[in-house]
Design a binder for this molecule. Structure first.
Ligand SMILES: C[S@@+](CC[C@H](N)C(=O)[O-])C[C@H]1O[C@@H](n2cnc3c(N)ncnc32)[C@H](O)[C@@H]1O
Length: 231
């Protein structure tokens, strides 16, 4: 991984903001991911994220923390937060912005336990593909203190497969429709291709039930997105 995402966060944080990240997937054209969005404050967060932050309790793990926008808000509210991310640049930025406990670490390598685990901005993306959902959910379950909760958001991206007549063009013989190949570029450089998973609520709920987690729908967003609580 070249860590172009982290480079972009560092540039923005250091006042060198000249361009946005460009994203593309195997089913969608190029789009820009505005860097200021990755530094959003509570008022500029989507309702799902605000609800997640308002539902936090106890000790918190912020998985894939990025620039630390959720961790910083929670810290200011008096919570004890640990933030992890696989991006060195992201953790450097989170640290410089004041996140007190943050570490370059993949979710699968975390071993401590928490009352609340947050995975936000399509939290299921980190699972990468449907075949890994059980493994990740089992691991997340092992990181929960008694009565702990996991707050995770995602979207049902079935709408991305509709054509102009409203019909679906999905290939039913291919993999789960939420498994995307994700391409990111920044300042003319291309990141190594990534896998990124969007998981519809029913599939998430079914996967949770098979490993003994409850999965409740907390809130639906405006565009097929949702926040779920796993406990
Ligand atoms: C879409 S960004 C969201 C960042 C931040 N949560 C936000 O809402 O602004 C996803 C983040 O997850 C991190 N990430 C991806 N895979 C990860 C993994 N296996 N473990 C921990 N972090 C991961 C990425 O480096 C990136 O910072």
């Amino acid at each position: 991984m070249k860590d172009l995402f982290g480079q972009a966060l560092l540039d923005y944080h250091n006042g060198n903001y000249t361009e946005d990240i460009i994203t593309e997937t195997n089913i969608s054209d190029k789009d820009s991911l505005p860097l200021p969005y990755l530094f959003r404050n509570f008022d500029n967060m989507p309702k799902l994220e605000q609800e997640a932050l308002n539902s936090c309790r106890g000790s918190i793990l912020d998985v894939g923390c990025g620039s630390g926008c959720h961790s910083l808000y929670l810290q200011k509210k008096g919570f004890t937060v640990k933030a992890i991310d696989i991006s060195k640049g992201a953790i450097e930025v989170a640290k410089q912005r004041g996140v007190l406990v943050c570490e370059v670490k993949a979710l699968i390598d975390e071993t401590h336990t928490f009352d609340t685990i947050l995975l936000l901005m399509n939290g299921t993306g980190i699972f990468e593909e449907l075949s890994q959902v059980s493994k990740y959910l089992t691991h997340l379950k092992s990181l929960l203190k008694p009565n702990g909760q996991i707050l995770i958001d995602s979207s049902d991206i079935k709408y991305m497969y509709t054509d102009e007549d409203g019909g679906y063009w999905m290939d039913m013989n291919s993999n789960y429709y939420g498994e995307l190949d994700y391409f990111l570029s920044y300042k003319g450089e291309k990141e190594d291709p990534m896998k990124w998973l969007y998981l519809d609520f029913d599939t998430l709920k079914m996967a949770c039930e098979t490993i003994g987690l409850n999965c409740d729908l907390v809130l639906e967003g405006d565009h097929f997105d949702y926040l779920a609580r796993l406990s």
